[in-house]
Ligand binder design. Structure first.
Ligand code: NAD
Length: 407
């Protein structure tokens, strides 16, 4: 009986394809979006840190370690740092980078033994590693994002690294209700949208609290920390969102809009986010008011959620979604599924739905943030406008066009 009720509700949702639509698009906002990694279009192979490129550089340019440097944002950040002629090393659980200028250390950031050697002679650590939110694996998020980040902090203090830049997320303040031009002083969400975001909050808190901690072997030096909060990152080599939109559009499933289509959100171009990280690292100096704080980094051009989706799919030659579904109806169905799952948990065990009220909210509410503080205190301004960013992104995804045979 229970399964029939749930089946019926799910069928309704499948009919409108709302679940897929919402879940996929929601991945933009909570963070790392890897579900399907598009390795076909990466030109990278792996290598161990044989060269000593970071150490070989003179003291004049900073030497950085990018934790999570093989990921979507991480790789763009590495490229930006290389452009600036910084010494760059990567630490990641996987090997996905091949550039003779970059040392790649393979390991788990939760392991002190793995991480410490990578921190030798490093000036700045950029921590942009995270398990993919779509895994919804609470233990893994806690282990990597929280316990692992505490390990990163400890190792920095042991190795004498004085600057730590964390990639946080603007979603740490989002609870499913409208946020318009939200500032960094909004309180952390009491009811975060998922486990992933819950641990992003814990992670940000420990990193910012560690600002001012003394180095283990030299008490005259202290750790300076800062958190960058991006929102809805997109751009070339985006591992999931663009491809998913194209696949859905190709399958004729990109027809529906949740709500009135006017809710404004931030989609942030990945190179702007990388630029924001670089500026954040530059702001870390003794006495700077930026130390120990979080900064929103956005395109500074909020856009209606469904307008962005339409620009991507039409830019690839598909039809834009046009049929509007009442927001509260879709929200109610998601809520009903949630309640049914809770009520019948004792009888049927845990019924997990990726289609949750929070995910509907992400597609149907306003959530955009002010980057005024980053402009004022980090000297940030986006390098690329939304138009340029969309064009650059679409140019690299031509193989997904309606008139091509998609791989
Ligand atoms: P990604 O999945 O492409 O990259 C994450 C990288 O971290 C991967 O290379 C992965 O191998 C590595 N990693 C995971 N666990 C690790 C571990 N235990 N030890 C070492 N490396 C590990 O994700 P992304 O989209 O580039 O996101 C980067 C950061 O930005 C994350 O912290 C994410 O929370 C944050 N963020 C992303 C978005 C977004 O829209 N993508 C939005 C807000 C915040």
């Amino acid at each position: 009986m229970v399964r029939k009720v749930i089946g019926l509700l799910s069928l309704l949702l499948c009919c409108v394809n709302a679940e897929l639509l919402v879940v996929r698009h929601a991945a933009f906002f909570v963070g790392a979006g890897e579900v399907i990694r598009d390795v076909d279009h990466l030109t990278l192979t792996s290598h161990q840190p044989t060269s000593m490129s970071v150490r070989a550089r003179g003291k004049s340019t900073p030497r950085c370690l990018v934790i999570g440097g093989c990921g979507f944002l991480g790789r763009h950040l590495v490229e930006r740092l290389l452009d600036k002629e910084y010494g760059v090393a990567i630490f990641d659980v996987r090997r996905d980078f091949d550039d003779e200028r970059v040392d790649v250390f393979v390991g788990d950031l939760c392991s002190r033994e793995s991480l410490l050697p990578a921190l030798s002679e490093i000036d700045i650590v950029f921590h942009c590693a995270s398990p993919p939110p779509a895994s919804n694996n609470r233990e893994l998020f806690l282990k990597v994002n929280y316990t692992g980040t505490k390990n990163v902090i400890q190792c920095c203090k042991e190795a004498g690294v004085t600057k730590l830049v964390l990639t946080s997320s603007a979603s740490v303040v989002y609870e499913g209700k409208d946020i318009e031009n939200g500032r960094e002083d909004l309180p952390y969400a009491k009811k975060p949208i998922d486990y992933y975001t819950q641990t992003k909050i814990l992670q940000e808190m420990v990193v910012l609290e560690a600002n001012g901690d003394k180095m283990k072997n030299d008490e005259s030096k202290q750790l300076m920390t800062i958190a960058v909060r991006p929102h809805g990152i997109f751009g070339p080599r985006d591992p999931q969102a663009i491809k998913t939109m194209a696949e859905m559009a190709r399958a004729g499933k990109m027809k529906f809009i949740i709500g009135n289509g006017k809710n404004m959100v931030d989609f942030t171009y990945v190179e702007n986010v990388a630029h924001g990280h670089l500026l954040a690292s530059e702001a870390l100096c003794m006495g700077s008011s930026a130390c120990g704080r979080a900064f929103n980094v956005t395109n500074d051009e909020p856009i209606p959620f469904w307008h962005f989706v339409s620009r991507i799919v039409t830019g690839l030659g598909y039809a834009a979604p046009k049929y509007k579904l009442p927001y509260y109806l879709v929200y109610f169905i998601a809520l009903l599924l949630h309640v049914v799952a809770l009520l019948f948990k004792p009888l049927c065990g845990e019924l997990k739905f990726s289609f949750t009220p929070m995910k509907v909210a992400l597609a149907g509410t306003h959530h955009y943030y002010s980057c005024a503080a980053a402009k004022r205190e980090l000297d940030y301004s986006p390098l690329y406008s939304m138009d340029e960013a969309i064009e650059k992104t679409l140019n690299t995804f031509q193989y997904l066009r309606a008139d091509s045979s998609m791989k």
